[in-house]
Write a protein that binds this ligand. Structure first.
Ligand code: ADP
Ligand code: MG
Length: 637
């Protein structure tokens, strides 16, 4: 659009909601607005520096990138300016009128309307530019994109209620100037001392100089007076390039908020300079909460790539495997060429070295939490698992070289726990295996309740053998890659024949064989009746309370996976389950002597076994009819 006249436009609905909520709920944190504006200015400088690698002329005659913070007591304004990339008119409309973040819709649909609860959520979402409306009742943004002529600047203005205006202006200097017209009562911000202390607290890590006009005590005037010179109020060096010993925990945390655009503190971080074949620095963070779109494997991740301190790109997904897409931070390479592209990154040996090294660092950071003695770290790992466990599980299939390390980090719900909390590790499981037990047993189901009350667990419960309860969608997929742990194979209790190995003694085995022989005739009859539904029918000793259950053949996919695939719209192989009946159950025992109703009883046994494992009946009406007939038969006796 070539319009130059002034236009009034409405904010995207979500922006209005965000503005409203933020102004009301973040007031006690209001000074963060400055951090957000400086963070944006720093990003804008990074973007310019990157574009100038190919087009040095974008520097115009102004190559020293910097950020300015100024205030005007009379006009009651605070101005944050930069000579970064700037915005065109269209960009201003788009970037300052809408939220481009992924997961925005999901986020807003979670809001409850309860201001306190929503305030906690808003922090998680990140506040950005709009946080300036906490202290300002009008904001003017003057900007010009690098490379555009002076007469194609833009003035964006809004009072933060529902609308904003844009107008084309003349702006000789490249970059952006943000003028906050302070709300009534915010005058304490109009002080050099106050602004400097906010900058030192939240923005010291910014690698560009942040300049303010120098103020000095004037003895004659008995007041602070402005001098003509400026001073740099932050350390103005890349935080990750500083010595670890010179960086405080607070600075690490504030830097995290800048790179991640997260409002909450990180859960853990690791900072290392790697020397050797490939030289690079990594500063990597694990967030404390999962983003709204963690499930989305197309999310590019949160690693910023720098080369010799020059920002190259956001979301450099080649630097971290997909299953660690939640890791945020900076990797600064000393070897890669400045003109590197995503395509080159894909191929580069150096990048592979960096990715492998960074992956190991992240796993190491997780191991340190997982294996810690201190309660605080243990709690952190539990919380990590709750937030990110699903993504980590993908690593079992994706990262073969680290599979064993990842397997040790897995946590499961278990029959040994009273709750659905996933806190049992495979190592712990192996440690308390029963004498004679040589397998790690698990069951997969749609949810915790279904898993825990599955009839397949009955014999294990009786023998006191632990079974892991798996209910995540990725579990079945993951298990197809994780065949064994610590030399012990993982065995589904709902697949194949029951093989308890040495958990069963000789006398038991002999008795089972005898019982089985007595049921041969019944089994044959049932096979004929159920030939459409069941692949096979057999006697089982895995049940103690239930009359029957279904199992999948050793090499078939489980009923649970079949249902998952169907619900995801995928084609699942149409394999039939095996019906197993419990010879010690009175219903099954009676069936031996049943004649007229034999077919109905057989179908009922099959159908209830299917229901018990969370399956859907092919013909529910027939099931109901049979049940009702049986109830009537019972009632008339
Ligand atoms: P975020 O920084 O997470 O992207 P913000 O709300 O802080 O979100 O900023 C929104 C967008 O506005 C930025 O992504 C950027 O495109 C644009 N923007 C904000 N401040 C500046 C600036 N000083 N220079 C150039 N673009 C800016
Ligand atoms: Mg921002």
């Amino acid at each position: 659009m070539a319009a130059t006249e002034k236009q009034t436009l409405g904010f995207q609905a979500e922006v209005k909601q965000l503005l409203n909520l933020m102004v009301h709920s973040l007031y006690s944190n209001k000074e963060i607005f400055l951090r957000e504006l400086i963070s944006n200015a720093s990003d804008a400088a990074d973007k310019l520096r990157y574009e100038t690698i190919a087009k040095p002329e974008l520097f115009e005659s102004d190559p020293d990138l910097k950020i300015g913070v100024a205030f005007n007591k009379d006009a009651r304004t605070i101005t944050v300016s930069d000579n970064g990339i700037g915005m065109s008119r269209d960009e201003a409309v788009e970037h300052l009128g809408t939220i481009a973040k992924s997961g925005t819709r999901e986020f807003f649909s979670q809001l409850s309307g309860d201001q306190q609860k929503d305030a906690a959520l808003i922090g998680q979402f990140g506040v950005g530019f709009y946080s300036a409306f906490i202290v300002a009742d009008k904001i003017t943004v003057n900007s010009r994109r690098a490379g555009l002529p002076a007469d194609q600047g833009v003035c964006w203005e809004s009072d933060g209620t529902g609308e904003f205006t844009v107008e084309t202006i003349n702006k000789p200097s490249r970059g952006t100037e943000i003028i906050l017209h302070l709300r009534e009562g915010e005058d304490e911000l109009l002080s050099g001392w106050q602004l400097k202390s906010i900058i030192r607290k939240y923005s010291d890590h910014i690698s560009l100089p942040i300049l303010m006009q120098k103020e000095e005590w004037d003895n004659d005037a008995k007041a602070m007076v402005m001098r003509d010179e400026t001073e740099t109020v932050n350390q103005a060096s890349a935080l990750w390039a500083r010595n670890k010993a010179d960086i405080t925990e607070e600075q690490y945390k504030e830097f995290y908020k800048h790179v991640s655009h997260d409002f909450a503190e990180p859960m853990a971080y690791t900072h290392n300079r790697v020397e050797g074949r490939s030289e690079y620095t990594q500063l990597l963070y694990i967030p404390s909460r999962a983003p709204f779109d963690l499930w989305d494997r197309n999310q590019r991740g949160g690693i910023k790539l720098y080369i010799k301190r020059v920002f190259i790109m956001d979301d450099a997904e080649q630097l971290m495997p997909v299953y660690l897409r939640f890791v945020k931070g900076v990797i600064d390479s000393n070897d890669l060429p400045l003109n590197v592209s995503r395509e080159i990154l894909q191929e580069s040996r150096d990048v592979k070295v960096i990715r492998d090294g960074s992956t190991r660092r992240v796993l190491g950071m997780l191991e340190e939490l997982a294996n810690a003695e201190e309660q605080e770290k243990k709690d952190k790992y539990a919380s990590f698992w709750k937030e990110f466990g699903q993504a980590l599980k993908e690593g079992i299939g994706e990262d073969h070289p680290n599979q064993e390390r990842i397997a040790k980090l897995l946590r499961f719900a278990s029959t040994h726990n009273d709750t659905d909390v996933e806190n049992v590790s495979l190592e712990e499981y192996v440690k308390r295996m029963k004498e004679g037990q040589d397998k790690i047993y698990y069951i997969t189901a749609e949810n915790y309740t279904a898993a825990k009350s599955s009839p397949h667990l009955e014999i294990f419960r009786k023998k006191g053998v632990e079974v892991l309860l798996l209910t995540d969608r990725v579990d079945e997929w993951m298990l197809s890659f994780l065949r064994e742990f610590d030399g012990k194979s993982l065995q589904s209790v709902a697949k194949g024949g029951l093989d308890l190995g040495k958990l069963e003694d000789e006398a038991e085995k002999k008795q089972h064989e005898e019982t089985e022989a007595g049921y041969k005739e019944l089994i044959d009859k049932m096979k004929t009746v159920l030939k459409e539904k069941a692949k096979d029918v057999r006697v089982t000793f895995r049940l103690t309370d239930s009359p029957a259950c279904l199992v999948a053949d050793e090499h078939d996919i489980s009923g649970n996976l079949q249902r998952l695939m169907k619900s995801a719209g995928q084609k699942a192989p149409d394999t039939k389950p095996i019906l197993e009946i419990n010879p010690n159950h009175p219903l099954v025992q009676r069936l031996k002597y049943e004649d007229a109703k034999f077919d109905d009883w057989s179908h009922l046994l099959f159908d209830q076994a299917l229901l018990a494992e969370g399956g859907g009946l092919a013909d529910p009406a027939a099931f109901v009819k049979r049940i009702n007939q049986m109830l009537l038969d019972g009632a008339s006796k």
